[in-house]
Design a protein around this ligand. Structure first.
Ligand code: CP
Ligand code: NVA
Length: 306
């Protein structure tokens, strides 16, 4: 198993499948009341430079549910904010804890921490990737619809961190992916090129959301302005308006299609209240699955495969 979890393209299909299978077992066992202690005596540090509700609480709950402990640090509480180098921070934290979970801006921040850390570094969202979220979301897809290779999976909207991680998941796990993004808001071009070269199934980027959603089994929606892009939010409203998932657009998908939104959602922007609260939306199951997926990730990254 890879030492750090920074991006999904760093893993093999078998390794990602291991996370998916193990998370499902841990979820089932939790429902049966089984107590887990695999991470007893272990501690993680969570270093967050952006806000979080789900990722923070689900990682913390996951660690506690496995018998471990958590130290949470917001960026303003650390010496990083006063200029202490990442390489020093990584080497210090690695002497205290068994894993470091990081939410930050640049992917180079998690890469630098990983380079200097002797304990696993886990990416809990950067501007470029949100790998743990997409693993949880694929777990949800499998639960609701079955294996993604047998489905039409669609991304509508910004070619952002979530889109990039979906592209890498499609490449590694081998399922086709269709994205529709406005011009100028495509996914990262280098990442897309590598994903296409390594993947066995087409990864298609379209402009037209109507064309993309036709016959879709799984529709992924996310905010139009991600954290750090607040200044662009009002300008993006007009550009992204055709990509709003409303009941009319959803009606063009396959019967029984599921709608995924990693949350938080902006109602009446990227998704209407009607669709978000409708029977096809599985956003709250996704949110729950983050906790079970994070248990699987922490177990394997800290303990290794057992
Ligand atoms: N989906 C997600 O990452 O949510 P938070 O920003 O609340 O962690
Ligand atoms: N793309 C969003 C995801 C939030 C979980 C952002 O980065 O803000």
């Amino acid at each position: 198993m890879k030492t750090h979890l920074l991006a999904l393209q760093d893993f093999t299909r078998l390794q990602l499948q291991t996370f998916l299978d193990r998370a499902q077992v841990l979820k089932q066992e939790a429902r049966e009341g089984k107590r887990h202690q695999q991470l007893a005596g272990r501690t993680i540090c969570m270093l967050f430079e952006k806000p979080s509700t789900r990722t923070r609480v689900s990682f913390e709950s996951a660690m506690y549910a496995m018998g471990g402990r958590v130290i949470f640090m917001s960026a303003k509480d650390t010496q990083l904010g006063r200029g202490e180098p990442l390489k020093d921070t990584a080497r210090v934290l690695a002497r205290y804890v068994d894993g470091i979970v990081v939410r930050t801006f640049g992917q180079e921040v998690v890469e630098e921490l990983a380079r200097y850390s002797d304990v696993p570094v886990i990416n809990a969202l950067t501007d470029l990737h949100h790998p743990c979220q997409v693993l949880s979301d694929i777990m949800t897809v499998i639960e609701k619809k079955g294996a993604p290779e047998d489905l039409k999976v669609v991304w509508l909207g910004d070619g952002n961190n979530m889109a990039n991680s979906w592209i890498q998941a499609a490449s590694v796990l081998g399922f086709p992916l269709t994205l529709a993004c406005p011009e100028g808001y495509d996914p990262d071009s280098e990442l897309l090129k590598i994903a296409r070269e390594n993947g066995s199934q087409p990864i298609t980027v379209l402009r037209d959301p109507v064309e993309a959603i036709a016959g879709a089994d799984v529709i992924n929606i996310d905010v139009w302005a991600s954290m750090g892009q607040e200044d662009e939010a009002s300008m993006r409203l007009d550009i992204f308006r055709p990509y709003q998932l409303d009941a009319d657009l959803l009606a063009r998908a396959a019967a029984g299609a599921v709608v995924l939104h990693c949350l938080p959602a902006h109602r009446e922007e990227e998704i209407t209240e009607e669709v978000l609260e409708g029977s096809q939306c599985v956003a709250f199951d996704q949110a729950e699955n983050k906790m079970h997926m994070h248990k699987a990730i922490l177990e394997y990254m800290i303990n290794g495969i057992n």
